[in-house]
Design a protein around this ligand. Sequence first.
Ligand code: RET
Length: 253
Amino acid sequence: MSVTLDSNQWNLVYNIFSFGLISMLACTVYTLVSQSRVLPKYRNALVMSSMVTFIAGYHYFRIFNSFGEASEGMAVNVSGEQGAFNEAYRYVDWLLTVPLLLVEVIAVLALAKEVSKSLIMRLVPASAAMIALGYPGEISSDKNTAILYGVLSTIPFLYILYVLFVELGKSLERQPAGVAETIGRLRLLLIATWGVYPVSYILGMNGDPTASSFVGVQVGYTIADILAKCVFGLTILKIARMKSHAEGMAADH
Ligand code: RET
């Protein structure tokens, strides 16, 4: 089975993958070289961000190549067989990066050890379950299967949002004034970008993919990835710098 794109659609997908790839690589370099601009206790949050974008850079490289290899002219092989466009890279990527992103948020908050540990012990398994449950639905061309796994995956998704918005809200009250505001913006960015993934999933759910559903899903996931990983990582850096300065680090760092 293949979908035949027109040349604008094919170029759009090609270019967005290329843009995604370099965004991840550039962001990795930027967060790596910014280590010394924050206090040591915030450096682990930056390491997490560098790892997220590095892992994603690798997967975008593979996705980009897979798109080229699966294309015969403008026809993209989406059969799921050998030589077809490989959607699994995204899910492997998310399986690794989504738990890391959550650890990144917890790390930048620098909460008491037991509080961090308890949050991580709940957020990491929930995020892995969310991605693992979404995959069988993503690759199925049967609508009912897609709905079933979509609903199952939404349960841990809602749990994560509950922990981040309700439970974490309590510890935000203890953050310095400007920082609490930026963290508020970070959560908005999180909900706005994470919300794109289920929407893209629904776009792709109507049985066999068409040219426009294929393009919509790939462009949607890629833009969401850039926002959820790169822009998110840069916001984490900003928070880490604000907190470092509030805690006495010289402002010229
Ligand atoms: C799926 C399946 C349908 C239901 C839901 C989903 C949620 C996916 C999310 C993915 C987030 C990925 C991120 C990646 C960036 O690194 C799996 C599409 C709720 C929220 C943040």
